[in-house]
Design a protein around this ligand. Structure first.
Ligand SMILES: [Cu+2]
Ligand SMILES: [Zn+2]
Length: 181
C-alpha cells in the first residue's frame, strides 16, 4: 500500500524534526537564562563565581571558588540583592515567601532559599555544584530574581538543615543575584 508507506515516512520525518528541534529550542532557552554571580569575601575580594542555570527541579548552582577554609560549608539564597561586608547582614534573611521554618530536614520547612551544604577541598577550592530545590529562575515569589533580585551567601560552618534559627555561623562570602541585562 503506497499511501501507507508515504504516511509512515511522513510520520518518521515529523518525529525526527521533533527530536532534533525541541531539545535545541529548550537548550537555547536555558542558555539565555544562565546567570553569573560574582562572590566576594568579607574584605570585598573576589573568591570566584557561581553560575546559576535552571534544573529539572530548582536551580543548579555551579561553584568555582577559591580561598575558603577547607570543609563543609552552608550556602543559601538570601532575600536582598545587597552584599555589604564585612558581616553581609544587608543580605537579609533566607528567601522565604511561604513563611516556613529553616532547613531541608525541618518538618515545618524548608525556606525557598535553603539548599544542601558543599565542600571546600584541601587546596581551598570548591569546584562543585549544589541544587537549590525551592527556587526558580522564572517569575513569582520563589524566583531568585524576585523583586530586584536576591543574594547567594556562604557561611563559616555547615548547616544542620533543621535548626531555626540556622547554626551555620558567620556570613563569609556573598554575591548579588540579578537577572542578566
Ligand atoms: Cu545563609
Ligand atoms: Zn533557611
Amino acid at each position: 500500500m503506497q499511501s501507507n508507506r508515504t504516511l509512515s515516512a511522513l510520520l518518521f520525518f515529523a518525529m525526527l524534526v521533533l527530536l532534533v528541534a525541541v531539545p535545541a529550542a529548550l537548550a537555547k532557552g536555558e542558555k539565555a537564562q544562565k546567570t553569573v554571580v560574582h562572590m566576594k569575601n568579607a574584605d570585598g575580594k573576589s573568591i570566584g563565581t557561581a553560575i546559576l542555570t535552571p534544573a529539572a527541579k530548582g536551580v543548579k548552582i555551579s561553584l568555582n571558588l577559591h580561598g575558603l577554609a577547607p570543609g563543609e560549608r552552608a550556602i543559601h539564597i538570601h532575600q536582598n540583592p545587597t552584599c555589604e561586608g564585612p558581616d553581609f547582614k544587608s543580605a537579609g534573611d533566607h528567601l522565604n515567601p511561604d513563611n516556613k521554618k529553616h532547613g531541608l530536614k525541618n518538618p515545618e520547612g524548608p525556606h525557598a532559599g535553603d539548599m544542601p551544604n558543599f565542600n571546600v577541598d584541601a587546596t581551598r577550592h570548591a569546584r562543585t555544584f549544589v541544587v537549590a530545590p525551592g527556587v526558580t529562575m522564572g517569575s513569582g515569589p520563589n524566583s531568585v530574581f524576585t523583586g530586584n533580585g536576591t543574594s547567594l551567601v556562604i557561611h563559616a560552618k555547615a548547616d544542620d538543615q533543621k535548626s531555626d534559627p540556622p547554626t551555620a555561623g558567620a556570613r563569609i562570602a556573598c554575591g548579588v543575584i540579578q537577572k542578566p541585562k
